[in-house]
Ligand binder design. Sequence first.
Ligand code: SAH
Ligand code: SF4
Ligand code: F3S
Length: 471
Amino acid sequence: MNRVTTRISPEEVARQMELCGRIAEMNAARAAAPAAFVDTYGCQQNEADSERIRGYLRAMGFTFTDREEEADVIVINTCAIREHAEQRVLGNVGALVHTKRRKPGQIICLCGCMAQEPHNVDKLRNSYRHVDLVFGPQALWKFPELLWRIYTRRGRVFETADDPGNIAEGIPVVRQGGVKAWVSIMYGCNNFCSYCIVPYVRGRERSRASADILREVAELAAQGYKEITLLGQNVNSYGKDLSEGVDFAELLRRVNAVPGDFLIRFMTSHPKDATERLFDAMAQCEKVAPVIHLPFQAGNDRVLRAMNRGYTREAYLEKVRALRARIPDIVLTSDVIVGFPGETTEEFEDTLSLLREVEFDALFTFIYSPRKGTPAASLPDPMGKEEKQANFQRLVDLQNEISLKKHRAYVGKTVRCLVDGRSDDVRNNLTARTAGGRLVHFTGDESLIGGYHNLKITDCSTWALFGEPAE
Ligand code: SAH
Ligand code: SF4
Ligand code: F3S
């Protein structure tokens, strides 16, 4: 049964904006405008959330810095997906004790997915006493109110109760750059893959009204944004909690109909919900980029079942075939987990064979990391670290071979690319992306940034393409 999504009323959001105004008045009375530092870990959802946090902070009169020691307010937007992500956050938050000692009055906030994990909240409460404010992703909409409490009362604030979440419209955003934009279309996840923490920390699936999404896309297109990425943990579930009758395939068609010269990307698609309706929409919408991120996680049916993924290897392969029948040059990327509890090396061979069969353009590879409170964390996990590491290495080596082969096929071709920024490559000054999202380094005039240009691909590596402006 679908629960009814809670919508935060416009009055409630207006009250948050009024509190921003009061903080801005306080800030205006200071000799110099105070600075804020927003540090983001994790996925694009978190990047998009940080843009809203910056939107609020700007409305409060803050300028931005990326130096902790200069910041009057620090916001750390955290990720809980793997142990390593959490360790990095805790290490960096720990070090802020010294920064704060040198800058008394500095306010340290921690938000994002770790703020919804009870064991981490306890740790922050007891051992990271320099952190003033802790709030989960579902409480982001009331950040002004929480910060106001810090300013006006003594003591720390923890807004970390379990929260299925809501939809709040009208929160201001400060976007990073003027070329590519994130647009969240839904929040949360109901899939409960047995290894994954996301459903516990991000609440239940809830969709924004299509009219709100289309309005945002139209504004972005009018502002000249060239690439719009629709975001959700499983965009294919879009609309299931609404009574609009608009599913993700229909939403894509409507976004495609928004006037303007921009490309549409989306992530992430869960394979179990990726339908032929979606593939048809992708094939028929000229603005939808010919690329899909379709995480398969494992190539063996027993492991897929234990992961609670809801599809078999064959069903996955069938979707890939259906997709390629419609869009032959589709760029396919995926996520894989190595070393899921109980996965044998023999079962892992099925992951390798799936790789050979599909030949993904790029792969995001992870070693399983137990997450407290998820079902997989209590499964027996007999395989040693060395064996998992060895399997992981075989996976990476095979994918590198495939990526290189895929990249070689571009050499000699001329492709239309979006020039998106400065390159860190020693021989080139600019980067661009093909419609399928492949990275291209090239040398050209900086005025090309933000436009579509034809590039001739002259060389490649496992990771990137190299090109030059075509005549
Ligand atoms: N909603 C997306 C995934 C978000 S998490 C989807 O379902 O496709 C991104 C990736 O992190 C996952 O696809 C998975 O490969 C990996 N991941 C998630 N939990 C993990 C864990 N406990 N250990 C290792 N990798 C994990
Ligand atoms: Fe995690 Fe699965 Fe939801 Fe993706 S679909 S966020 S892997 S539970
Ligand atoms: Fe991490 Fe939360 Fe995203 S756990 S991957 S930041 S949804």
